[in-house]
Design a protein around this ligand. Structure first.
Ligand code: NI
Length: 136
């Protein structure tokens, strides 16, 4: 009996999308307003979904308190109110697109979720735009 459990979280962060090996005009034409050299912010919303068998002893797939704590310790406290390009190591050479942010979040959470459970990250950059990553 497989069940999915979900925990929602959010953080605010600034970023700029650009490639240093491209001209300003090419960055502008590909990334638009998101390549503003003075950065801009988003209110990111995150959904972490864990799927697996219910533990017969606890009745849980995963302890929500644990999930809440690992999301806070390894993702939201790490990213909240940061400039992703300048302050987050993973983005020192990686464009902080929603796609890449979702992958970074998944990589940070995966070691803290038991191996027999699957993990999926959905990241909303805006109300209308979201991306999903499950590790492959
Ligand atoms: Ni943006």
């Amino acid at each position: 009996m497989k069940v999915k459990v979900r925990r929602k979280a959010h953080f605010n962060a600034a970023h700029r999308l650009y490639r240093p090996d491209w001209t300003d005009s090419k960055n502008e034409s590909v990334f638009g307003k998101c390549s503003n050299p003075h950065y801009h912010g988003h209110n990111y919303k995150l959904m972490a979904e864990v799927e697996g068998e219910i533990d017969p002893e606890t009745g849980f797939v995963i302890d929500m308190k644990l999930l809440k704590t690992v999301i806070y310790e390894h993702v939201t406290s790490y990213l909240d109110h940061k400039n992703l390009n300048e302050q987050i190591d993973e983005f020192s050479n990686l464009n902080p697109t929603a796609e890449h942010i979702a992958v970074v979040i998944w990589n940070r959470l995966r070691p803290h979720v038991a191996d027999h459970l699957t993990l999926k990250i959905t990241l909303y950059e805006t109300e209308r735009n979201s991306v999903e990553y499950s590790g492959s």
